[in-house]
Structure formats: structure tokens, C-alpha cells
Design a protein around this ligand. Structure first.
Ligand code: PMP
Length: 465
């Protein structure tokens, strides 16, 4: 008897699930039609007000039906994410990965390639760091260690940050991690549950969007523009926040624009985050490459925060894979358990290299000066081309816009690579900035100068200059 009842209920569940699928299909068809209309009207795909109104309606109706608001919120996020991906314009079939791959192929075939696409400084780690790592290896300092990092390294990081900023910190606020990229993953994995949303300020480093997606969340981009000096509009930012929002990612000096936030903008964003109970994930890996004043979330703000830091840029230690996170004790504890689960700890001898690096305070200053000088070269050369750009306040990139718009930048970038041996990163990968491209200052002044000159030749040959 009971078994027959179970069978009947299961078959009903099957039918209801099928109905949900049919409704999902209908919803996707509607989303596609809405996308076409938006396209004809020249409207943005993501319209936070419309979405916000629908979300509030759904949560309210769900409550009346006795459904858990968290579940309804999560479901709404999934549906919105699906609609956005349906409505997004399909870009070129070529991607920036093709550009990278082709660049390497050309090099292997013996052609010279000017690498203005990769975000890796060519400066290398200081000799003292290399020696410290070798010596640690020779001494056998290569055992399983504390998943939070060497106590003396965390202590030193906390002391240096305390001396530099207003926030009171101890070793319990520091977590040593294998690079800034992994730091972003740990922060998102810890803060974001499936269905949650994370605000990004676009253009943004592509990893943020990919990683939010990877942990099951939804990235909501707030656009900024070259015309407004890449300043985030705080009203748009506030409008983009929904009940599902958990965090805002800030990255200043910015990759790809080179923008630093003015203090009052920084403060306003922090206030918004604080009032809505959101965490700010502040990626400050380019902090040492600031050419002027630079705000940090460690300047004593009263907000939940996670700082992402790395030895890759400040000390040229890209291949060492080491960085650190700064956060409240509880968040550090959660992130430390993930490190322990996945990798046990960052290799001990690499941490000795980082400890040595922290003694070399002149190195970040020297590297920053090199970037500044390269930036001046790039700015001088780019000024001769038919492009507009923001003069960077810091970081290691310039993000110019081709004046004659409407081109497939990915295709142009590939043609540029094939015909002139110059690799650039197309703007589409930073959140849909199709007329833009990013020039990295990771290469030598000579290579930057030559690369931009060749780019000018290419544009003239194409009739774009
Ligand atoms: N954040 C930003 C904005 C970056 O551009 C990069 C490197 N491209 C990183 C973090 C991570 O660098 P790493 O993993 O080498 O520390």
C-alpha cells in the first residue's frame, strides 16, 4: 500500500519537474525576444531596476505561499543569470586565448613578438629573495607547515601594514596564500553561496566574473566610462545592489584602466557597503604601483572587508605564487580551513623568500618608478595615435579606445599580431568594452615604444588612422 503511494507521489514529482522545465523553456524564449527588443532600442542588457522590482515581487509572493525567501532569492538569481547569458551579444568566435596561443606559436617559429598583452612584470624577483629561497631549500625548510603561513611572516606582514595604515591588525588577520588569484577565489568561495550576487565595477579583471560564476554566484557589473574618467557612479552602484548581494569587488589602481579612486568616492562606496551589510573585497595588488595618492580599505574604515595582496607585482615574484589576505579573524579562519583542505600550506621555502622581500622596502618603490617611466613612454606614443585614453594614476596598464568604433577588436588584435608581431588584450574580455584594448607595461620601454609604433603603422594600413 505504502509503496504504491510512494510510486504515485514520485511520478507526480516527475510531472511537476517536467512542468518546471517547460516553463523554463518558455521563459528562455521570452528572454530572447526581450533581448532583441532591447537591442533594437539600444538598451543595456542588465537593468537593475527592472530586475529588482521582479525580485521583490517574487520574494513577496513566495512568502505568501510559504516559501523560504532565501530559496526564492537564489532561484531568482539563477533565472536572471540565465536571461542575461541568453541576451548577451555573441561576440567574435575568436577569443583572447587565441591571441595568446598564436603569439606563442609565432615566437616558437622564430618571429619576434612584442608582448603588450600579459599582466606580468618582466622585473623578476630581487637577488636577495632568490638567495633566501635557495638557502631555505638547502636547509631543508620544506616540510608541511601551518596552513595560515609561517608565524614570523604573518607577524611581519601585520606589523608593516599597521605601520602603514590605520586599521589595527595582528597575525590572526593575515593568511598567506599561493598568489592573488587564489586569494580572490578563497574570498569568493568563503563569502558567496550559490544564488548570491557580487558587484563588480567594469571594466574589470576577467578572473572576478569567471570566479564568481565558478562558485555559483552571479556577477553584476556596474559600468564606468572613459568619458567620466572611469569614476564609478555611486547611484548606479546602489541600484545594482539586491537582497542577494553579498560583496563588492574593488580593484584600485585598476586593471585595466589604471584608475585610482578619489578618496571621497572610496568613502562613499564603503558607506554604501557598510549600510547594506556587504563585504568589500579590495584587490590591492597594484597598491605599490601608485603614482599618486591611493586609498586602501585598511585606512581604518568600519566595514567588513577582505584585502587581496600579492608579491607578484610589488616584488616581481610572479612565478613564486605567493600573496596574502587580510580580513577579520572569523573570515581568516574560514579561508584558512580551505587552504588546509586543498594545499596544506604555501611551500615553506617560498615563504622565506617573501619574508626576505619584506625587508627590501626600496624594491616596490624602484619597480613602481620603472612602471611610471614605462607609462610615460606608452602615453607619449599613444598620443600620436587615433585613440583616447585615461592617463593612469597607477597600476601597469593603459586602456585606450579606438576612435573609429564599430570594429571587431578581437579580430583586429589577431591581425595586428599576425602582421606586426604585436600582442594586445582586446577590451571585450574586461566586461564588454569592445572598442578598447589594453596595453601592459610588463614589457621593456623599448618593446612598448616599438609595439605602439607598429600598432600605429597597422592602423594606418587599415585606414583607421
Ligand atoms: N588581481 C589583479 C587585478 C591582477 O591583475 C592580478 C594578476 N594579473 C592578480 C590579482 C593576481 O596576481 P597573482 O596571482 O600573480 O598574485
Amino acid at each position: 500500500m505504502e509503496e504504491a503511494e510512494l510510486d504515485r507521489l514520485r511520478s507526480e514529482i516527475r510531472e511537476v519537474s517536467m512542468e518546471i522545465l517547460s516553463l523554463l523553456k518558455r521563459r528562455q524564449e521570452l528572454a530572447a525576444k526581450i533581448g532583441e527588443v532591447k537591442n533594437r532600442l539600444g538598451l543595456e542588457i542588465h537593468q537593475p531596476e527592472v530586475e529588482g522590482e521582479l525580485r521583490t515581487f517574487l520574494v513577496k509572493q513566495g512568502k505568501l505561499m510559504g516559501l523560504n525567501p532565501r530559496l526564492v532569492n537564489g532561484l531568482a538569481t539563477l533565472l536572471f543569470k540565465d536571461s542575461t547569458s541568453i541576451q548577451q551579444k555573441k561576440h567574435s568566435t575568436i577569443t583572447h586565448m587565441d591571441i595568446l596561443r598564436r603569439g606563442l606559436e609565432l615566437e616558437r617559429a622564430g618571429f619576434q613578438v612584442h608582448h603588450l598583452e600579459v599582466g606580468e612584470p618582466d622585473l623578476g624577483a630581487p637577488a636577495e629573495v632568490r638567495e633566501a629561497v635557495s638557502s631555505a631549500v638547502r636547509q631543508g625548510l620544506a616540510r608541511y607547515g601551518d596552513s595560515r603561513g609561517l608565524p614570523q611572516l604573518r607577524k611581519k606582514i601585520a606589523e608593516q601594514l599597521e605601520a602603514k595604515f590605520k586599521t589595527r591588525l595582528g597575525p590572526e588577520n593575515i593568511l598567506v596564500v599561493p598568489g592573488g588569484r587564489f586569494a580572490v577565489y578563497l574570498a569568493l568561495k568563503t563569502l558567496v553561496e550559490p544564488g548570491d550576487e557580487v558587484i563588480l565595477v567594469d571594466p574589470s579583471w576577467p578572473m572576478y566574473r569567471q570566479c564568481v560564476d565558478f562558485v555559483g554566484g552571479r556577477a553584476v557589473g556596474v559600468k564606468t566610462s572613459l568619458e567620466k574618467g572611469w569614476r564609478p557612479d555611486t547611484t548606479s552602484l546602489e541600484n545594482a545592489i539586491s537582497p542577494a548581494t553579498k560583496a563588492i569587488i574593488l580593484n584600485y589602481p585598476n586593471n585595466p584602466t589604471g584608475k585610482s579612486l578619489e578618496k571621497r568616492d572610496f568613502e562613499e562606496i564603503v558607506e554604501i557597503a557598510e549600510s547594506k551589510g556587504l563585504t568589500i573585497i579590495s584587490d590591492e595588488v597594484y597598491y605599490d604601483y601608485s603614482f599618486g595618492a591611493q586609498s586602501s580599505i585598511l585606512d581604518g574604515y568600519d566595514v567588513k572587508y577582505v584585502v587581496v595582496q600579492s608579491f607578484s607585482k610589488s616584488f616581481g615574484m610572479t612565478g613564486y605564487r605567493i600573496g596574502y589576505l587580510v580580513a577579520g579573524r572569523e573570515t581568516v579562519d574560514k579561508m584558512a580551513s580551505l587552504i588546509s583542505l586543498m594545499i596544506t600550506c604555501v611551500p615553506e621555502f617560498i615563504q622565506y623568500g617573501a619574508l626576505k622581500a619584506l625587508e627590501l622596502e626600496e624594491v616596490p618603490k624602484k619597480y613602481s618608478e620603472i612602471m611610471r617611466s614605462r607609462m610615460e613612454v606608452a602615453v607619449r606614443e599613444l598620443s600620436r595615435l587615433p585613440v583616447d585614453f585615461y592617463r593612469p594614476d597607477g597600476g601597469m596598464y593603459v586602456f585606450p579606445k579606438l576612435n573609429s568604433g564599430g570594429h571587431d577588436m578581437v579580430r583586429l588584435a589577431l591581425e595586428l599580431l599576425e602582421s606586426k608581431g604585436v600582442a594586445i588584450a582586446p577590451g571585450s574580455i574586461f566586461g564588454g568594452y569592445d572598442s578598447f584594448f589594453r596595453i601592459s607595461l610588463g614589457a621593456s620601454e623599448k618593446s612598448i615604444e616599438r609595439g605602439i609604433t607598429l600598432l600605429g603603422e597597422f592602423l594606418r594600413e587599415k585606414g583607421l588612422a
